[in-house]
Design a protein around this ligand. Structure first.
Ligand code: ADP
Length: 601
Protein backbone atom coordinates (compact mmCIF):
# COMPACT_ATOMS: atom_id res chain seq x y z
CA UNK A 1 0.00 0.00 0.00
CA UNK A 2 2.71 2.38 1.00
CA UNK A 3 4.50 1.93 -2.30
CA UNK A 4 1.72 3.77 -4.13
CA UNK A 5 3.00 7.29 -3.65
CA UNK A 6 6.35 5.94 -4.76
CA UNK A 7 4.93 4.76 -8.06
CA UNK A 8 3.22 8.10 -8.62
CA UNK A 9 6.31 10.14 -8.00
CA UNK A 10 8.22 7.88 -10.37
CA UNK A 11 5.97 8.53 -13.26
CA UNK A 12 6.04 12.28 -13.07
CA UNK A 13 9.50 13.01 -14.48
CA UNK A 14 8.98 10.47 -17.25
CA UNK A 15 5.71 12.10 -18.20
CA UNK A 16 7.45 15.40 -18.72
CA UNK A 17 9.94 13.85 -21.09
CA UNK A 18 7.91 11.39 -23.13
CA UNK A 19 4.35 10.69 -24.20
CA UNK A 20 1.59 11.73 -21.79
CA UNK A 21 0.92 8.22 -20.56
CA UNK A 22 -0.61 7.57 -17.18
CA UNK A 23 1.14 4.29 -16.55
CA UNK A 24 4.51 2.98 -17.55
CA UNK A 25 3.72 0.15 -19.94
CA UNK A 26 4.98 -3.41 -19.62
CA UNK A 27 7.01 -2.84 -22.75
CA UNK A 28 8.80 0.15 -21.23
CA UNK A 29 9.53 -1.81 -18.10
CA UNK A 30 10.84 -4.69 -20.17
CA UNK A 31 13.09 -2.37 -22.15
CA UNK A 32 14.39 -0.94 -18.91
CA UNK A 33 15.09 -4.43 -17.62
CA UNK A 34 16.87 -5.31 -20.85
CA UNK A 35 19.19 -2.36 -20.33
CA UNK A 36 20.63 -4.22 -17.35
CA UNK A 37 21.55 -7.14 -19.61
CA UNK A 38 23.52 -4.97 -22.04
CA UNK A 39 26.73 -5.62 -20.16
CA UNK A 40 26.25 -9.34 -20.73
CA UNK A 41 25.53 -9.10 -24.46
CA UNK A 42 27.88 -11.90 -25.52
CA UNK A 43 26.32 -14.40 -23.16
CA UNK A 44 22.92 -13.33 -24.33
CA UNK A 45 23.78 -13.84 -28.01
CA UNK A 46 25.32 -17.28 -27.36
CA UNK A 47 22.20 -18.21 -25.40
CA UNK A 48 19.89 -17.17 -28.25
CA UNK A 49 21.97 -19.20 -30.73
CA UNK A 50 21.85 -22.19 -28.40
CA UNK A 51 18.08 -21.98 -28.09
CA UNK A 52 17.52 -21.52 -31.81
CA UNK A 53 19.94 -24.36 -32.56
CA UNK A 54 18.04 -26.65 -30.21
CA UNK A 55 14.73 -25.86 -31.92
CA UNK A 56 16.36 -26.14 -35.36
CA UNK A 57 17.72 -29.62 -34.67
CA UNK A 58 14.32 -30.80 -33.43
CA UNK A 59 12.68 -29.48 -36.58
CA UNK A 60 15.32 -31.09 -38.79
CA UNK A 61 14.90 -34.38 -36.99
CA UNK A 62 11.16 -34.57 -37.54
CA UNK A 63 11.39 -33.31 -41.12
CA UNK A 64 13.37 -36.48 -41.88
CA UNK A 65 10.52 -38.76 -40.80
CA UNK A 66 8.89 -38.67 -44.23
CA UNK A 67 11.98 -39.82 -46.26
CA UNK A 68 12.75 -42.36 -43.51
CA UNK A 69 9.32 -43.98 -43.91
CA UNK A 70 8.66 -43.47 -47.62
CA UNK A 71 12.19 -44.09 -48.92
CA UNK A 72 13.98 -45.96 -46.16
CA UNK A 73 11.50 -48.37 -44.59
CA UNK A 74 9.78 -49.20 -47.87
CA UNK A 75 13.22 -49.99 -49.28
CA UNK A 76 13.34 -47.75 -52.35
CA UNK A 77 16.54 -46.05 -51.20
CA UNK A 78 18.86 -48.24 -49.06
CA UNK A 79 21.20 -45.30 -48.37
CA UNK A 80 18.61 -43.74 -46.08
CA UNK A 81 18.66 -46.63 -43.64
CA UNK A 82 22.46 -46.77 -43.77
CA UNK A 83 22.86 -43.15 -42.67
CA UNK A 84 19.90 -43.02 -40.30
CA UNK A 85 21.73 -44.27 -37.14
CA UNK A 86 24.59 -41.77 -37.63
CA UNK A 87 22.09 -39.01 -38.29
CA UNK A 88 20.26 -39.74 -35.03
CA UNK A 89 23.42 -39.68 -32.88
CA UNK A 90 24.85 -36.54 -34.50
CA UNK A 91 21.50 -34.77 -34.08
CA UNK A 92 21.38 -35.57 -30.39
CA UNK A 93 24.97 -34.51 -29.77
CA UNK A 94 24.37 -31.11 -31.38
CA UNK A 95 21.03 -30.83 -29.61
CA UNK A 96 22.73 -31.52 -26.26
CA UNK A 97 25.39 -28.86 -26.84
CA UNK A 98 22.74 -26.32 -27.86
CA UNK A 99 20.66 -27.20 -24.83
CA UNK A 100 23.58 -26.65 -22.49
CA UNK A 101 24.65 -23.38 -24.11
CA UNK A 102 21.09 -22.02 -24.19
CA UNK A 103 20.36 -22.84 -20.56
CA UNK A 104 23.72 -22.02 -19.09
CA UNK A 105 24.28 -18.72 -20.86
CA UNK A 106 20.76 -17.50 -20.20
CA UNK A 107 21.02 -18.36 -16.52
CA UNK A 108 24.40 -16.59 -16.46
CA UNK A 109 22.88 -13.43 -17.91
CA UNK A 110 19.78 -13.70 -15.69
CA UNK A 111 21.74 -14.20 -12.47
CA UNK A 112 24.08 -11.36 -13.31
CA UNK A 113 21.15 -9.06 -14.02
CA UNK A 114 19.48 -9.98 -10.74
CA UNK A 115 22.71 -9.45 -8.80
CA UNK A 116 23.08 -6.01 -10.38
CA UNK A 117 19.47 -5.03 -9.73
CA UNK A 118 19.67 -6.27 -6.14
CA UNK A 119 22.89 -4.34 -5.55
CA UNK A 120 21.55 -1.10 -7.00
CA UNK A 121 18.28 -1.54 -5.10
CA UNK A 122 20.19 -2.05 -1.85
CA UNK A 123 22.37 0.98 -2.48
CA UNK A 124 19.39 3.07 -3.53
CA UNK A 125 17.36 2.15 -0.46
CA UNK A 126 20.31 3.16 1.74
CA UNK A 127 20.51 6.51 -0.05
CA UNK A 128 16.80 7.30 0.28
CA UNK A 129 15.81 10.05 2.69
CA UNK A 130 14.77 9.28 6.26
CA UNK A 131 11.21 10.35 5.40
CA UNK A 132 10.96 7.40 2.98
CA UNK A 133 12.11 4.92 5.62
CA UNK A 134 9.61 6.40 8.08
CA UNK A 135 6.73 5.34 5.87
CA UNK A 136 7.98 2.10 4.29
CA UNK A 137 8.05 -1.05 6.40
CA UNK A 138 11.36 -2.91 6.60
CA UNK A 139 9.58 -6.18 5.78
CA UNK A 140 8.28 -4.82 2.48
CA UNK A 141 11.71 -3.55 1.52
CA UNK A 142 13.38 -6.87 2.37
CA UNK A 143 10.74 -8.70 0.37
CA UNK A 144 11.50 -6.46 -2.62
CA UNK A 145 15.19 -7.16 -2.23
CA UNK A 146 14.80 -10.93 -2.00
CA UNK A 147 11.49 -12.18 -3.41
CA UNK A 148 10.84 -9.57 -6.11
CA UNK A 149 14.35 -9.75 -7.52
CA UNK A 150 14.03 -13.57 -7.71
CA UNK A 151 10.84 -13.07 -9.69
CA UNK A 152 12.75 -10.91 -12.13
CA UNK A 153 15.17 -13.79 -12.63
CA UNK A 154 12.22 -15.88 -13.80
CA UNK A 155 11.38 -13.21 -16.34
CA UNK A 156 14.90 -12.87 -17.67
CA UNK A 157 15.80 -16.51 -18.03
CA UNK A 158 12.95 -19.00 -17.82
CA UNK A 159 10.43 -16.98 -19.78
CA UNK A 160 12.89 -16.01 -22.47
CA UNK A 161 14.17 -19.57 -22.80
CA UNK A 162 10.67 -20.88 -23.38
CA UNK A 163 9.70 -18.02 -25.63
CA UNK A 164 12.65 -18.26 -27.99
CA UNK A 165 13.20 -22.01 -27.95
CA UNK A 166 9.59 -23.16 -27.98
CA UNK A 167 8.53 -20.29 -30.26
CA UNK A 168 11.15 -21.34 -32.81
CA UNK A 169 10.02 -24.93 -32.46
CA UNK A 170 6.42 -23.98 -33.22
CA UNK A 171 7.54 -22.14 -36.35
CA UNK A 172 9.77 -25.06 -37.37
CA UNK A 173 7.09 -27.73 -36.90
CA UNK A 174 4.51 -25.63 -38.74
CA UNK A 175 6.93 -25.24 -41.66
CA UNK A 176 7.52 -29.02 -41.82
CA UNK A 177 3.76 -29.64 -41.67
CA UNK A 178 2.92 -27.18 -44.44
CA UNK A 179 5.74 -28.48 -46.60
CA UNK A 180 4.31 -32.00 -46.34
CA UNK A 181 0.59 -31.29 -46.62
CA UNK A 182 -0.78 -27.78 -46.54
CA UNK A 183 -4.38 -29.03 -46.51
CA UNK A 184 -4.04 -30.98 -43.28
CA UNK A 185 -1.91 -28.28 -41.71
CA UNK A 186 -4.47 -25.59 -42.54
CA UNK A 187 -7.02 -27.42 -40.42
CA UNK A 188 -4.67 -27.29 -37.48
CA UNK A 189 -4.29 -23.56 -37.93
CA UNK A 190 -8.03 -23.09 -37.60
CA UNK A 191 -7.81 -23.71 -33.90
CA UNK A 192 -4.96 -21.24 -33.34
CA UNK A 193 -7.23 -18.18 -32.78
CA UNK A 194 -9.18 -20.11 -30.13
CA UNK A 195 -5.97 -21.02 -28.35
CA UNK A 196 -4.80 -17.42 -28.59
CA UNK A 197 -8.04 -16.22 -27.00
CA UNK A 198 -7.60 -18.53 -24.04
CA UNK A 199 -3.98 -17.52 -23.66
CA UNK A 200 -4.93 -13.84 -23.53
CA UNK A 201 -7.55 -14.48 -20.88
CA UNK A 202 -5.20 -16.60 -18.80
CA UNK A 203 -2.33 -14.13 -18.97
CA UNK A 204 -4.53 -11.25 -17.84
CA UNK A 205 -5.55 -13.24 -14.83
CA UNK A 206 -1.96 -14.22 -14.08
CA UNK A 207 -0.89 -10.63 -14.01
CA UNK A 208 -3.59 -9.70 -11.53
CA UNK A 209 -2.97 -12.66 -9.26
CA UNK A 210 0.81 -12.36 -9.31
CA UNK A 211 0.53 -8.76 -8.16
CA UNK A 212 -1.57 -9.81 -5.19
CA UNK A 213 0.87 -12.63 -4.42
CA UNK A 214 3.68 -10.12 -4.20
CA UNK A 215 1.67 -7.91 -1.87
CA UNK A 216 0.64 -10.93 0.18
CA UNK A 217 4.27 -12.06 0.45
CA UNK A 218 5.29 -8.57 1.60
CA UNK A 219 2.58 -8.74 4.27
CA UNK A 220 3.90 -12.10 5.49
CA UNK A 221 7.47 -10.85 5.92
CA UNK A 222 6.33 -7.58 7.40
CA UNK A 223 4.04 -9.25 9.96
CA UNK A 224 6.68 -11.80 10.89
CA UNK A 225 9.42 -9.24 11.21
CA UNK A 226 7.30 -6.99 13.39
CA UNK A 227 6.46 -9.83 15.75
CA UNK A 228 9.98 -11.25 15.95
CA UNK A 229 11.45 -7.82 16.57
CA UNK A 230 8.96 -7.23 19.33
CA UNK A 231 9.28 -10.77 20.66
CA UNK A 232 9.74 -9.70 24.26
CA UNK A 233 6.78 -7.31 24.16
CA UNK A 234 4.62 -10.09 22.73
CA UNK A 235 5.68 -12.41 25.54
CA UNK A 236 5.19 -9.78 28.22
CA UNK A 237 1.69 -8.85 27.14
CA UNK A 238 0.63 -12.41 26.40
CA UNK A 239 0.16 -11.51 22.76
CA UNK A 240 1.12 -14.86 21.19
CA UNK A 241 -2.43 -15.83 20.42
CA UNK A 242 -3.32 -12.45 18.94
CA UNK A 243 -0.15 -12.39 16.85
CA UNK A 244 -0.71 -15.94 15.76
CA UNK A 245 -4.30 -15.14 14.71
CA UNK A 246 -3.15 -12.06 12.81
CA UNK A 247 -0.40 -14.00 11.09
CA UNK A 248 -2.74 -16.84 10.29
CA UNK A 249 -5.05 -14.42 8.49
CA UNK A 250 -2.22 -13.01 6.39
CA UNK A 251 -0.83 -16.49 5.79
CA UNK A 252 -4.24 -17.70 4.65
CA UNK A 253 -4.60 -14.77 2.29
CA UNK A 254 -1.22 -15.65 0.80
CA UNK A 255 -2.31 -19.26 0.31
CA UNK A 256 -5.56 -18.20 -1.35
CA UNK A 257 -3.70 -16.01 -3.83
CA UNK A 258 -1.27 -18.82 -4.64
CA UNK A 259 -4.08 -21.32 -5.09
CA UNK A 260 -5.85 -18.95 -7.47
CA UNK A 261 -2.69 -18.93 -9.54
CA UNK A 262 -2.39 -22.71 -9.43
CA UNK A 263 -6.07 -23.11 -10.43
CA UNK A 264 -5.65 -20.86 -13.46
CA UNK A 265 -2.43 -22.60 -14.44
CA UNK A 266 -3.82 -26.11 -14.00
CA UNK A 267 -7.04 -25.40 -15.88
CA UNK A 268 -5.42 -23.65 -18.81
CA UNK A 269 -3.25 -26.59 -19.90
CA UNK A 270 -5.99 -29.29 -20.23
CA UNK A 271 -8.43 -26.85 -21.84
CA UNK A 272 -5.92 -26.06 -24.56
CA UNK A 273 -5.12 -29.75 -25.02
CA UNK A 274 -8.78 -30.69 -25.34
CA UNK A 275 -9.28 -28.06 -28.00
CA UNK A 276 -6.23 -29.38 -29.81
CA UNK A 277 -7.56 -32.94 -29.66
CA UNK A 278 -10.64 -31.83 -31.60
CA UNK A 279 -8.39 -30.53 -34.31
CA UNK A 280 -6.48 -33.80 -34.37
CA UNK A 281 -9.70 -35.78 -34.63
CA UNK A 282 -10.81 -33.60 -37.52
CA UNK A 283 -7.49 -34.15 -39.28
CA UNK A 284 -7.89 -37.92 -38.95
CA UNK A 285 -11.38 -37.66 -40.41
CA UNK A 286 -10.24 -35.57 -43.39
CA UNK A 287 -7.26 -37.81 -44.06
CA UNK A 288 -9.65 -40.70 -44.45
CA UNK A 289 -11.61 -38.97 -47.22
CA UNK A 290 -11.09 -40.61 -50.63
CA UNK A 291 -9.80 -37.45 -52.33
CA UNK A 292 -7.11 -36.98 -49.67
CA UNK A 293 -6.07 -40.59 -49.42
CA UNK A 294 -4.59 -40.49 -52.92
CA UNK A 295 -2.29 -37.54 -52.16
CA UNK A 296 -1.08 -38.76 -48.75
CA UNK A 297 1.83 -41.17 -48.51
CA UNK A 298 2.30 -42.95 -45.14
CA UNK A 299 5.43 -40.83 -44.55
CA UNK A 300 3.60 -37.53 -45.11
CA UNK A 301 0.70 -38.58 -42.91
CA UNK A 302 2.90 -39.74 -40.02
CA UNK A 303 5.05 -36.59 -40.26
CA UNK A 304 2.05 -34.24 -40.12
CA UNK A 305 0.39 -36.09 -37.24
CA UNK A 306 3.69 -36.32 -35.31
CA UNK A 307 4.39 -32.62 -35.79
CA UNK A 308 0.88 -31.76 -34.62
CA UNK A 309 1.34 -33.83 -31.48
CA UNK A 310 4.80 -32.40 -30.96
CA UNK A 311 3.35 -28.89 -31.24
CA UNK A 312 1.20 -29.36 -28.16
CA UNK A 313 4.10 -29.24 -25.73
CA UNK A 314 5.63 -25.98 -27.00
CA UNK A 315 2.16 -24.48 -27.19
CA UNK A 316 1.50 -25.50 -23.62
CA UNK A 317 4.82 -24.07 -22.48
CA UNK A 318 4.14 -20.87 -24.35
CA UNK A 319 0.94 -20.36 -22.37
CA UNK A 320 2.82 -20.59 -19.08
CA UNK A 321 5.70 -18.42 -20.23
CA UNK A 322 3.43 -15.46 -20.05
CA UNK A 323 2.69 -16.08 -16.41
CA UNK A 324 6.40 -16.14 -15.58
CA UNK A 325 6.93 -13.05 -17.65
CA UNK A 326 4.03 -11.23 -15.99
CA UNK A 327 5.32 -12.25 -12.57
CA UNK A 328 8.67 -10.81 -13.45
CA UNK A 329 7.18 -7.64 -14.85
CA UNK A 330 5.02 -7.10 -11.74
CA UNK A 331 8.20 -7.50 -9.68
CA UNK A 332 10.00 -5.06 -11.97
CA UNK A 333 7.30 -2.46 -11.44
CA UNK A 334 7.65 -2.80 -7.69
CA UNK A 335 11.47 -2.59 -7.84
CA UNK A 336 11.58 0.28 -10.32
CA UNK A 337 9.12 2.24 -8.16
CA UNK A 338 11.72 2.22 -5.38
CA UNK A 339 14.63 2.87 -7.75
CA UNK A 340 12.81 5.91 -9.09
CA UNK A 341 12.37 7.46 -5.67
CA UNK A 342 14.51 10.55 -5.33
CA UNK A 343 17.67 9.99 -3.34
CA UNK A 344 18.55 12.22 -0.45
CA UNK A 345 19.46 15.55 -1.99
CA UNK A 346 22.87 17.02 -1.40
CA UNK A 347 23.14 20.48 -2.86
CA UNK A 348 25.78 21.64 -0.40
CA UNK A 349 29.08 22.78 -1.86
CA UNK A 350 31.18 23.89 1.11
CA UNK A 351 33.60 21.20 2.25
CA UNK A 352 34.40 21.06 5.95
CA UNK A 353 36.98 18.94 7.73
CA UNK A 354 36.49 20.04 11.32
CA UNK A 355 34.06 22.69 12.46
CA UNK A 356 34.97 25.01 15.31
CA UNK A 357 31.79 24.12 17.13
CA UNK A 358 29.33 27.01 17.09
CA UNK A 359 25.72 26.13 16.55
CA UNK A 360 22.71 28.38 15.95
CA UNK A 361 19.01 27.78 15.34
CA UNK A 362 17.47 30.88 13.77
CA UNK A 363 13.65 31.06 13.71
CA UNK A 364 13.44 27.39 12.82
CA UNK A 365 10.05 25.89 12.00
CA UNK A 366 9.54 22.29 11.01
CA UNK A 367 6.63 20.07 10.02
CA UNK A 368 7.03 16.37 9.23
CA UNK A 369 6.25 15.56 5.58
CA UNK A 370 2.49 15.20 5.20
CA UNK A 371 1.80 16.87 8.55
CA UNK A 372 -0.13 20.12 8.55
CA UNK A 373 0.98 21.21 11.99
CA UNK A 374 4.46 22.36 12.85
CA UNK A 375 6.33 19.98 15.14
CA UNK A 376 8.89 22.69 15.90
CA UNK A 377 7.87 26.35 16.11
CA UNK A 378 10.19 29.29 15.92
CA UNK A 379 13.24 27.76 17.61
CA UNK A 380 16.07 30.12 18.48
CA UNK A 381 19.04 28.48 20.15
CA UNK A 382 22.70 29.40 20.25
CA UNK A 383 25.46 27.10 21.44
CA UNK A 384 28.94 28.60 21.55
CA UNK A 385 32.08 26.54 21.04
CA UNK A 386 32.41 23.94 23.82
CA UNK A 387 29.08 24.73 25.49
CA UNK A 388 26.60 22.11 26.64
CA UNK A 389 22.97 22.72 25.81
CA UNK A 390 20.36 20.51 27.43
CA UNK A 391 16.94 19.98 25.90
CA UNK A 392 14.28 19.02 28.41
CA UNK A 393 10.55 18.60 28.19
CA UNK A 394 7.85 16.01 28.15
CA UNK A 395 7.91 13.11 25.73
CA UNK A 396 6.74 14.30 22.31
CA UNK A 397 7.78 17.92 22.90
CA UNK A 398 10.19 17.82 19.93
CA UNK A 399 13.62 17.16 21.48
CA UNK A 400 14.59 14.29 19.14
CA UNK A 401 13.19 16.12 16.15
CA UNK A 402 15.47 19.05 16.97
CA UNK A 403 18.51 16.77 16.88
CA UNK A 404 17.30 15.13 13.64
CA UNK A 405 17.39 18.53 11.95
CA UNK A 406 21.04 18.97 12.89
CA UNK A 407 21.99 15.75 11.12
CA UNK A 408 19.78 16.81 8.21
CA UNK A 409 17.61 13.70 8.45
CA UNK A 410 14.97 16.31 7.69
CA UNK A 411 15.32 19.92 6.55
CA UNK A 412 13.74 22.84 8.38
CA UNK A 413 10.53 24.07 6.74
CA UNK A 414 11.64 27.64 7.34
CA UNK A 415 14.41 29.38 9.23
CA UNK A 416 18.09 28.49 9.34
CA UNK A 417 20.42 26.17 11.20
CA UNK A 418 23.96 27.46 11.29
CA UNK A 419 27.21 25.65 12.01
CA UNK A 420 30.07 28.13 12.43
CA UNK A 421 27.77 30.81 10.97
CA UNK A 422 27.08 28.94 7.69
CA UNK A 423 23.70 27.46 6.87
CA UNK A 424 24.03 23.68 7.22
CA UNK A 425 22.39 23.11 3.82
CA UNK A 426 25.43 24.76 2.22
CA UNK A 427 27.83 22.15 3.60
CA UNK A 428 28.44 18.91 1.76
CA UNK A 429 26.15 16.44 3.47
CA UNK A 430 28.78 13.80 4.21
CA UNK A 431 31.11 16.40 5.69
CA UNK A 432 28.35 17.89 7.78
CA UNK A 433 27.37 14.55 9.31
CA UNK A 434 30.99 13.84 10.17
CA UNK A 435 30.90 16.86 12.48
CA UNK A 436 28.43 15.11 14.77
CA UNK A 437 28.87 12.21 17.09
CA UNK A 438 25.51 10.76 18.01
CA UNK A 439 25.02 8.66 21.09
CA UNK A 440 21.49 7.47 21.69
CA UNK A 441 19.81 5.12 24.08
CA UNK A 442 19.12 2.69 21.23
CA UNK A 443 22.64 1.62 20.40
CA UNK A 444 22.88 -0.07 17.03
CA UNK A 445 25.66 -2.64 16.88
CA UNK A 446 26.71 -4.77 13.95
CA UNK A 447 27.48 -8.46 13.78
CA UNK A 448 31.23 -7.94 13.85
CA UNK A 449 34.09 -7.70 16.32
CA UNK A 450 33.98 -5.27 19.22
CA UNK A 451 36.92 -3.36 17.71
CA UNK A 452 35.21 -3.01 14.32
CA UNK A 453 32.06 -1.78 16.05
CA UNK A 454 34.03 0.87 17.89
CA UNK A 455 35.72 1.92 14.66
CA UNK A 456 32.46 2.05 12.67
CA UNK A 457 32.69 5.83 12.24
CA UNK A 458 36.42 5.76 11.51
CA UNK A 459 37.33 2.49 9.76
CA UNK A 460 40.88 3.72 9.16
CA UNK A 461 41.58 3.98 12.92
CA UNK A 462 44.69 2.20 14.18
CA UNK A 463 44.57 -0.49 16.84
CA UNK A 464 46.17 1.94 19.32
CA UNK A 465 43.46 4.55 18.68
CA UNK A 466 40.75 1.94 19.17
CA UNK A 467 42.28 0.75 22.42
CA UNK A 468 42.63 4.33 23.68
CA UNK A 469 38.96 5.06 22.95
CA UNK A 470 37.91 1.75 24.50
CA UNK A 471 39.89 2.59 27.61
CA UNK A 472 38.41 6.06 28.01
CA UNK A 473 34.89 4.71 27.53
CA UNK A 474 35.47 1.92 30.09
CA UNK A 475 35.00 -0.72 27.40
CA UNK A 476 38.28 -2.44 28.15
CA UNK A 477 36.99 -3.42 31.58
CA UNK A 478 34.50 -5.85 30.15
CA UNK A 479 36.33 -6.52 26.85
CA UNK A 480 39.16 -8.12 28.81
CA UNK A 481 36.71 -10.73 30.11
CA UNK A 482 35.56 -11.68 26.61
CA UNK A 483 37.24 -14.71 25.00
CA UNK A 484 39.14 -12.73 22.37
CA UNK A 485 39.07 -9.29 23.95
CA UNK A 486 38.33 -6.51 21.48
CA UNK A 487 38.48 -9.02 18.62
CA UNK A 488 35.45 -10.92 19.97
CA UNK A 489 32.49 -11.07 17.66
CA UNK A 490 29.56 -9.58 19.56
CA UNK A 491 26.76 -11.32 17.64
CA UNK A 492 23.71 -10.00 15.85
CA UNK A 493 23.07 -6.45 17.07
CA UNK A 494 25.54 -7.04 19.89
CA UNK A 495 23.48 -9.79 21.49
CA UNK A 496 26.39 -10.69 23.78
CA UNK A 497 26.46 -7.32 25.53
CA UNK A 498 24.37 -5.85 28.33
CA UNK A 499 22.56 -2.51 28.05
CA UNK A 500 25.26 -0.63 29.94
CA UNK A 501 28.05 -2.25 27.95
CA UNK A 502 26.37 -1.35 24.69
CA UNK A 503 26.21 2.28 25.73
CA UNK A 504 29.90 2.27 26.57
CA UNK A 505 30.65 0.87 23.09
CA UNK A 506 28.58 3.70 21.60
CA UNK A 507 30.56 6.22 23.65
CA UNK A 508 33.86 4.68 22.52
CA UNK A 509 32.64 4.93 18.95
CA UNK A 510 31.85 8.62 19.41
CA UNK A 511 35.19 9.26 21.15
CA UNK A 512 37.07 7.73 18.24
CA UNK A 513 35.24 9.92 15.71
CA UNK A 514 36.35 12.97 17.67
CA UNK A 515 33.64 15.14 16.14
CA UNK A 516 33.31 18.77 17.28
CA UNK A 517 29.62 18.28 18.14
CA UNK A 518 28.02 15.65 20.31
CA UNK A 519 24.33 14.79 20.32
CA UNK A 520 23.54 12.78 23.37
CA UNK A 521 20.15 11.16 23.75
CA UNK A 522 20.36 10.10 27.37
CA UNK A 523 19.01 6.85 28.71
CA UNK A 524 15.57 7.09 30.26
CA UNK A 525 16.05 4.29 32.69
CA UNK A 526 18.67 4.05 35.37
CA UNK A 527 21.20 1.26 34.99
CA UNK A 528 22.80 -0.59 37.86
CA UNK A 529 25.07 1.71 39.84
CA UNK A 530 28.29 0.12 38.64
CA UNK A 531 27.37 0.58 34.96
CA UNK A 532 25.93 3.99 35.71
CA UNK A 533 29.15 5.23 37.24
CA UNK A 534 31.23 3.97 34.32
CA UNK A 535 28.88 5.50 31.81
CA UNK A 536 28.81 8.85 33.59
CA UNK A 537 32.62 8.87 33.70
CA UNK A 538 32.78 7.96 30.01
CA UNK A 539 30.27 10.66 29.16
CA UNK A 540 32.19 13.33 31.03
CA UNK A 541 35.23 12.29 29.00
CA UNK A 542 33.20 12.43 25.79
CA UNK A 543 31.78 15.89 26.47
CA UNK A 544 35.19 17.46 26.99
CA UNK A 545 36.15 20.01 24.32
CA UNK A 546 32.93 19.52 22.37
CA UNK A 547 29.75 21.43 21.80
CA UNK A 548 27.04 19.18 23.21
CA UNK A 549 23.34 18.90 22.71
CA UNK A 550 21.98 16.69 25.44
CA UNK A 551 18.46 15.34 25.23
CA UNK A 552 17.90 14.89 28.91
CA UNK A 553 15.39 12.61 30.50
CA UNK A 554 16.78 12.79 34.00
CA UNK A 555 17.46 16.29 35.21
CA UNK A 556 20.19 15.20 37.63
CA UNK A 557 22.68 14.84 34.78
CA UNK A 558 22.33 18.32 33.33
CA UNK A 559 22.65 20.63 36.28
CA UNK A 560 26.01 21.81 35.02
CA UNK A 561 24.81 22.49 31.46
CA UNK A 562 25.56 25.98 30.17
CA UNK A 563 22.02 26.36 28.99
CA UNK A 564 18.87 24.39 29.64
CA UNK A 565 16.11 24.68 27.08
CA UNK A 566 12.65 23.67 28.17
CA UNK A 567 10.39 22.60 25.31
CA UNK A 568 6.68 22.04 25.09
CA UNK A 569 4.77 21.15 21.95
CA UNK A 570 7.68 22.15 19.74
CA UNK A 571 8.18 25.56 21.35
CA UNK A 572 10.83 26.84 23.73
CA UNK A 573 9.01 27.92 26.84
CA UNK A 574 12.01 28.65 29.05
CA UNK A 575 15.76 28.83 28.80
CA UNK A 576 18.66 29.60 31.11
CA UNK A 577 21.01 27.80 33.45
CA UNK A 578 19.91 25.46 36.22
CA UNK A 579 19.99 28.02 39.03
CA UNK A 580 18.22 30.76 37.10
CA UNK A 581 15.48 28.41 35.95
CA UNK A 582 14.92 27.05 39.45
CA UNK A 583 14.61 30.56 40.81
CA UNK A 584 12.10 31.41 38.11
CA UNK A 585 9.68 28.89 39.61
CA UNK A 586 8.37 28.06 36.15
CA UNK A 587 8.05 24.88 34.07
CA UNK A 588 11.61 23.71 34.77
CA UNK A 589 11.25 24.11 38.52
CA UNK A 590 8.03 22.14 38.32
CA UNK A 591 9.67 19.31 36.30
CA UNK A 592 12.52 19.30 38.79
CA UNK A 593 10.22 19.05 41.78
CA UNK A 594 8.28 16.30 40.10
CA UNK A 595 11.38 14.22 39.30
CA UNK A 596 13.06 14.63 42.61
CA UNK A 597 9.87 14.12 44.51
CA UNK A 598 9.26 10.75 42.91
CA UNK A 599 12.56 9.45 41.59
CA UNK A 600 15.32 7.99 43.67
CA UNK A 601 18.50 9.94 43.24
P1 ADP B 1 10.65 13.95 22.03
O1 ADP B 1 12.00 13.62 21.54
O2 ADP B 1 10.60 15.25 22.80
O3 ADP B 1 9.99 12.86 22.79
P2 ADP B 1 9.93 13.88 19.25
O4 ADP B 1 10.82 14.90 18.61
O5 ADP B 1 10.29 12.47 19.10
O6 ADP B 1 9.71 14.26 20.77
O7 ADP B 1 8.46 14.07 18.64
C1 ADP B 1 7.82 15.33 18.50
C2 ADP B 1 6.51 15.11 17.75
O8 ADP B 1 6.77 14.73 16.41
C3 ADP B 1 5.63 14.05 18.36
O9 ADP B 1 4.31 14.53 18.36
C4 ADP B 1 5.76 12.88 17.41
O10 ADP B 1 4.56 12.19 17.33
C5 ADP B 1 6.08 13.54 16.09
N1 ADP B 1 6.96 12.70 15.25
C6 ADP B 1 8.13 12.15 15.64
N2 ADP B 1 8.70 11.47 14.61
C7 ADP B 1 7.86 11.60 13.55
C8 ADP B 1 7.88 11.13 12.19
N3 ADP B 1 8.89 10.41 11.71
N4 ADP B 1 6.84 11.47 11.39
C9 ADP B 1 5.82 12.22 11.85
N5 ADP B 1 5.75 12.70 13.12
C10 ADP B 1 6.74 12.39 13.97
Amino acid sequence: MSSKPAAESVIKPQQEKSAPVQEVSTWQNFKRLMRYSRAYKTGFIVAIFGMLGYAGIDTLFFSQLQPLIDDGLTGTNPNVMKWAPIFVVVCFIIRGICHFLGNYCLAWVGNNVVTDIRQSLFEHIMALPVAFHDTESTGTLISKLTFDTEQVLQATSKALLTLVQQGAMVIGFLAVMFYNSWQLSAIFLLITPIIALIVTFVSRRFRKVSKSIQNAMGEVTSAAEQTFNGHKVVLTFDGQQRESARFSQINKHNRQQRMKMVATKSASVPIIQIIASFALAFVLYVANLDSMRETLSPGVFITVITCMTMLLRPLKLLTTVNSDFQNGMAACVSIFAVLDQDKEKDTGIIPITKAQGKLTFKNVNFAYPGNEHNTLCDLNITANVGETIALVGRSGSGKSTTSSLLLRFYDATSGELLVDDHNIVDYQLKDLRKQFAYVSQQVVLFNDSLAKNIAYGKPEATQEEIIAAAKKAHVLEFADNLPQGLATNIGDNGALLSGGQRQRVAIARALLCDAPFLILDEATSALDTESERHIQDALIELQKNRTCIVIAHRLSTIENADKIIVMEQGKIIEQGDHKTLLKKEGAYAQLHRFQFGSAVE
